[in-house]
Design a protein around this ligand. Structure first.
Ligand SMILES: [Zn+2]
Length: 148
């Protein structure tokens, strides 16, 4: 196995469902699935399942912002546009993912997610900070520090 590139993440392809290690390039660069060669879109939040969490979030070589949410949660819908915007702005520098807490009880428990929305920032497999509720300014500062 060749050494992993510096800016890589493991993502499940939404077309062929194969988990693959892809490099995260700057914006404008298209990232393709290693298996089916369809595009993997990194300029928007990626839904990550509980089974892929360790591989996708903890093993990423770039900072990862995780949005813990649920479909029934009204404040989560307030945070969603901010999360979309950050994914677009930080494309190529960080990965932005969403975890549906109703389907990820193990992960929610592991990180003591008591209320949603909770945004958790991971770097090199460790939580470095989190934001609870709707705190757009704080989240922006967190993200800017993480990618600096
Ligand atoms: Zn694929």
């Amino acid at each position: 196995m060749p050494p992993l590139p510096d800016q890589s993440v493991s993502l499940r392809c939404q077309f062929c469902e194969k988990l693959n290690r892809v490099e995260v390039f700057g914006s404008g660069h298209q990232t393709l699935c290693n298996n089916c060669t369809k595009p993997i879109l990194l300029d928007r939040p990626v839904n990550v399942s509980q089974d892929d969490f360790d591989e996708t979030v903890l093993a990423a070589s770039v900072p990862v912002l995780v949005d813990f949410y649920a479909d029934w949660c009204a404040p989560c819908k307030m945070v969603a546009p901010l999360v979309d915007e950050l994914a677009r702005e930080q494309s190529g520098r960080m990965l932005v993912v969403k975890i549906d807490t109703d389907r990820a009880a193990n992960i929610s428990e592991r990180y003591s997610i008591r209320s949603i929305p909770t945004l958790v920032l991971f770097k090199e497999g460790k939580e470095i900070d989190r934001s609870m509720g709707f705190e757009p300014e704080r989240v922006r500062i967190l993200v800017e520090e993480a990618v600096a």
